[in-house]
Design a protein around this ligand. Structure first.
Ligand code: GDP
Ligand code: PGA
Ligand code: MN
Ligand code: MN
Length: 616
């Protein structure tokens, strides 16, 4: 029976007392929101509650067992990806309006969200999830604390894996009022009109109030507020407001040359579902494994700042990996499979599930789906055996995910929690681009590097609703997370990285060029992607010269380390060629793209004109 009597203020006070929440600002915030959303009870969460919460979720049918210490969950079938057009950045400053951030007035949006959320947690538990988006002791710790309030237990279980969660993080705040207020209310998912003109979902970051109000989803990308809304959108805003840092949708990895002892770190922005997790997790190809080691730091978010030594530093604010399941297998990403082994505590979402054997499956896990259909359910929970003949729709949702902690990742760096972060040698941009973009082009000039990021053009993916395959610009892979205008964003980049006396090299990479006839990927990708990165590091160190082109320096074919790898000669020459005609056409599109941005720094226009002039 649902207990629909809402908690009273004194019930909430008592729960907070018992949980040891003494921060008066946190107490006031929790009490205020309990009064709005009207839950039946309130519970404060520490990471150590995981086992109990998992048991409760299994009991309630919110999770299914998927092997020893592994879990399966399904989100509502109309709620399986981030929704970009329902996502809003709100402030009191119209100047914060950009082309992509869907800016609205903060007060208006706050009031509208209050109205939507009122009473919507009736009968439910409101979980209070204090979290930290940084390794403890980080120089950016002041921007990292938050408290998510959510009425959804699977969301809590995901938060425990994706962020550092516990009441103790609230005790260490320098300014006790300086934490992100992140409110998540699931809403009545079956009656929200997802994707219709009556859509009730709103995902709002009131950035100048450091308040996040998300209503109408339980899918991770919309509901794990520490990750997407705080770690990216809010931090993007805070980075500029403080003048101190950048918060970017970047993976972060280390490469060690075991022979020379050299070590490099590379940060890189690729749009959602375009290869960040795979790149950071990917082990060196077998033929290079005795010489090089790849260390994982982060797969989705990096915060960057300049250290006292004049180098750019980066850290991953997250605690876990929220990875795309599709095509993850022993040859593409053995590290990912290791990180979701029995006992890891991993949660699979929207994959296919066998209700009898408790196995999970997704497209590309094995070449063919399981032959014996008995017990198998697709991502909507429908029996595969009942499918009509000829129904070959995917068993798993293309955006199905696995959630596991960083510590489970086999190649996680020894110093992955080091508070001082790691020095960054290169910043790379890339995405799914089926033509034009070569395998790698190195850029040594800061303004040209920032220009290159701003003109990142790639195919959209299934990580966002309804956009799969659409070619679009995605500046620095931050299009869905931009907190303020793009021109100011570019200026902030130039200012922050411009402070570095030893700036990183930039590069653009593309693992996704395809053959125009049969569509095959020209580059084998995955573990082999280490090769162009090695070339980039050798180029930076002056060990290879490369070939100068108007859009950067590309490798001479002989310079790429190709031991143990065969790529057809014509594919190789295609991915290491600049199609000047196609690039000239691209420059016109870029001009239109950049012209949309207010206050774009003159340095960026100069870089654009330089490249255009070189292309002739
Ligand atoms: P992220 O969302 O940016 O972290 O991207 P993922 O690493 O999760 O990859 C998204 C999808 O792209 C998955 O289905 C991967 O299997 C696929 N993918 C990743 N890297 C490569 C690559 O180098 N080549 C090809 N062909 N596919 C890749
Ligand atoms: P992704 O992370 O970039 O790995 O897909 C989640 C997201 O951006 O929605
Ligand atoms: Mn992402
Ligand atoms: Mn990822």
């Amino acid at each position: 029976m649902v207990d629909s009597t809402a908690v009273t203020n004194s019930d909430v006070e008592k729960v907070l007392d018992e949980a040891g929440v003494s921060n008066p600002h946190v107490r006031e915030y929790v009490t205020y929101w309990a009064g709005i959303t009207g839950p039946a009870r309130v519970e404060v969460v520490n990471a150590s509650d995981d086992a109990r919460l998992v048991a409760e979720a299994l009991e309630a049918g919110e999770l299914q067992p998927a092997g020893e210490g592994l879990y399966y969950s399904r989100s509502y079938y109309k709620d399986t990806a981030r929704s970009e057009e329902r996502t809003i950045v709100a402030t009191s400053q119209p100047l914060d309006k950009g082309v992509y951030n869907n800016w609205h007035d903060g007060q208006e949006m706050t009031e509208a969200q209050l109205g939507r959320m009122r009473g919507q947690s009736a009968g439910k538990t409101m979980y209070v999830v204090p979290y930290l988006m940084a390794p403890q002791g980080s120089p950016l710790e002041a921007y990292a604390a938050g408290v998510e309030l959510t009425d959804n237990r699977p969301v809590v279980l995901h938060m425990i894996r994706m962020a550092r969660v516990g009441v103790s993080y609230l005790d260490q705040l320098e300014d006790p009022a300086h934490f992100v207020r992140a409110v998540h209310v699931t809403g009545d998912l079956e009656n929200l009109g997802q994707g219709t003109p009556e859509d009730q979902r709103y995902f709002v970051t009131v950035a100048d109030q450091r308040t996040i109000l998300h209503f109408g989803s339980s899918y991770g990308g919309n509901a794990l507020l520490g990750k997407i809304a705080h770690g990216l959108r809010q931090a993007c805003y805070d980075g500029r407001a403080s003048g101190r840092f950048l918060a970017e949708q970047f993976m972060l990895l280390g490469i060690s040359d075991l022979e020379t002892g050299k070590r490099w770190h590379i940060a890189g922005g690729f749009p959602s579902a375009s290869g960040k997790t795979n790149l950071a997790m990917t082990l060196a190809p077998d033929a290079l494994g005795s010489r090089y080691r790849v260390d994982f730091y982060g797969d989705d978010i990096a915060w960057l700042w300049v250290g006292d030594d004049g180098r750019v530093y980066a850290m991953n604010p997250e605690f876990g990996v929220f990875g795309v399941a599709k095509d993850t297998n022993a040859s593409t990403n053995p590290g990912a499979l290791d990180s979701i082994q029995p006992g890891s505590g991993a949660i699979f979402t929207n994959v296919a599930y066998n209700e009898k054997t408790q196995e999970v499956w997704w497209e590309g896990k094995t070449k063919n789906p399981p032959a014996d259909l008995d017990g198998w359910l697709d991502w909507k929970g429908e029996k595969i055996a009942d499918r009509e003949n000829g129904d070959d729709s995917p068993w798993a949702h293309p955006n199905s995910r696995f959630t596991t902690t960083l510590a489970n990742v086999p190649n996680v760096a020894a110093d992955f929690e080091a508070p001082q972060g790691v020095p960054v040698d290169a910043i790379i941009f890339g995405g799914r681009t089926r033509d034009r973009e070569p395998l790698v082009r190195a850029i040594t000039d800061l303004a040209e590097g920032v220009y290159d990021g701003l003109t990142l053009g790639a195919e959209a993916t299934f990580a966002a609703d309804g956009l799969d395959g659409q070619l679009r610009y995605d500046p620095m892979s931050m299009r869905p997370f931009m907190a303020y205008g793009e021109g100011d964003y570019a200026a902030h980049w130039l200012e922050v990285i411009g402070k570095a006396s030893q700036p990183p090299i930039f590069a653009h990479v593309n693992w996704f060029q395809r053959d125009a006839q049969d569509g095959h990927f020209l580059w084998p990708g995955y573990r082999e992607n280490l090769r162009p990165l090695l070339w980039l590091m050798q180029f930076k160190e002056g060990e290879v010269e490369g070939v100068k082109t108007p859009v950067g320096v590309i490798p001479a074919e002989s310079e790429l380390v190709m031991d143990g790898l065969e790529v057809p000669a014509e594919d190789m020459s295609r991915i290491l060629t600049i199609d000047t005609e196609r690039w000239r056409q691209e420059m016109g599109f870029r001009e239109e793209h950049l012209a949309q941005f207010d206050r774009l720094p003159e340095e960026i226009w100069e870089a654009h004109r330089r490249v255009a002039a070189d292309l002739g």
